[in-house]
Design a protein around this ligand. Structure first.
Ligand SMILES: [Zn+2]
Ligand SMILES: [Zn+2]
Length: 164
């Protein structure tokens, strides 16, 4: 797992919505829930979680999904690409649909959630796996800490010990 080169950019399928991200991801996830299977038209959704203040979008976004108060899903109104989600309980974070980013070479799911609803053939190489999802703020904070350490650039070699 590596740190992406910043800024990260991305776009919906038609290009009406553009993404610009200036901070490293807080966590990467795959969600196997049945809702995500329907929203993503796939076996699971891919999320890159970022600090909300590091994410800028240009172009109009419209609400989609279940229009719940707790969890708002935003889409491009033209091509209907699933762009991002905001959770009422965590306004300081934004969940981007990772597949919209231009560069995905750095992306590997660090956590997979909702495996109790997963397609039987679906395999995700995430080091952390949850039948449902982390339930406490501490658990989530620990995952983000560990992820930050995992993607941190290696320390520079000390003088004299590296290859010549
Ligand atoms: Zn679009
Ligand atoms: Zn889901």
């Amino acid at each position: 797992m590596t740190q992406p080169n910043l800024p990260l950019t991305g776009a919906c399928l038609c290009g009406a919505v553009h993404l610009h991200v200036t901070a490293a991801p807080l966590l990467t996830l795959a969600c196997h829930c049945r809702d995500c299977q329907k929203l993503a038209a796939s076996a699971y959704s891919l999320t890159a979680m970022f600090p909300a203040n590091a994410v800028t979008t240009t172009g109009e976004l419209v609400l989609g999904g279940l229009h719940s108060e707790e969890r708002k899903h935003y889409y491009c109104p033209s091509c209907l690409s699933f762009v991002l989600s905001r959770l009422k309980a965590a306004p300081e974070r934004v969940n981007l649909r990772a597949s919209l980013l231009d560069d995905l070479t750095w992306f590997t799911p660090f956590v997979e959630i909702m495996t109790e609803e997963k397609q039987l053939w679906a395999k995700v190489p995430a080091p952390h796996s949850y039948a449902r999802f982390p339930t406490t703020a501490e658990e989530l904070a620990d995952l983000m800490d560990e992820y930050a350490k995992t993607i941190a650039p290696p320390p520079p070699p000390s003088p004299g010990t590296g290859p010549a």
